[in-house]
Design a protein around this ligand. Sequence first.
Ligand code: GLN
Length: 196
Amino acid sequence: MKIGILALQGAFAEHGKMLDKLNAEHFEIRNRMDLDKGFDGLIIPGGESTVMGKLLRDLDMYDNLKDKVKNGLPVFGTCAGLLLLAGEVCGEPALGFRTMDIMVKRNAYGRQLGSFYAEEEFSGIGKIPMTFIRAPYISHISENVECLARVDGKIVAARQGRQLVTAFHPELSDDLRVHEYFLTMMRGYHNKDLFS
Ligand code: GLN
């Protein structure tokens, strides 16, 4: 199993370090040609969703990658990555793939609380550290989306089929469990595909 980490902008290197610790094979997706290398999962990192959305189009990667996600490539989006998967962004156009039935509020915690740390329950994992940096939260989910974690009542992690998103940055902690969750999720689908 090989994971492609979108490496156009933002905190992609940190995801690579987490996957190294989990002995998971990975490579960085930097251009259109990298999309042909073959991979079983995709990580969209934190950064600036507007910049990443523009770069995906400028580098002619948007349609190809969106098709892959729509066709069931397992994907894990953190923070800006979450924004790039959201079907709707409150008050502004959604610039990403819009493959998840969630509505998201961008820069939702305002200037003062733009960055903060919390420890909360993540469904099926337990209490985990959560680092938020000018983070969004999920204001609405459809019934086919599972809420995985909340902070102060707001949804900060969710899953829809093969798509996993967190508003926080698990790659900025030493806790490997969310990445492990993604690997387990990938393996589940991988095996189902093999045996169905
Ligand atoms: N505020 C950024 C955005 O709107 C996301 C921040 C992050 O990824 N840490 O895209």
